[in-house]
Design a protein around this ligand. Structure first.
Ligand code: SF4
Ligand code: SF4
Length: 81
């Protein structure tokens, strides 16, 4: 799976530098996560860093349109690094 930023985002920018895959960027009107790069932090951290640092509860959710197994996420991480 990838994570998805929803409209509650306040554009604080805290998540962008924390992503190990550089999957987060400033979008219009809110920050966006590239599902081709997000591994839910699999490969780098035990928990999703963006969710950890985001000041808005529930602002970053699991993207229902991008579901992948943990093995797929590991493989994606290896491809990106
Ligand atoms: Fe980046 Fe991890 Fe957030 Fe995905 S879950 S966007 S890899 S910080
Ligand atoms: Fe938006 Fe949360 Fe990222 Fe801040 S940390 S830019 S509120 S998604």
């Amino acid at each position: 799976m990838a994570m998805l930023i929803i409209s509650d985002c306040i554009n604080c920018g805290a998540c962008e530098p924390e992503c190990p895959n550089e999957a987060i960027s400033a979008g219009d009107p809110i920050y966006v996560i590239d599902p081709d790069k997000c591994t839910e932090c699999v490969g780098a951290f035990d928990t999703a860093k963006c969710v950890e640092v985001c000041p808005v509860d529930g602002c970053i959710i699991i993207d229902p349109d991008h579901t992948e197994s943990k093995d797929d996420l590991e493989a994606k991480y290896q491809r990106l690094h």
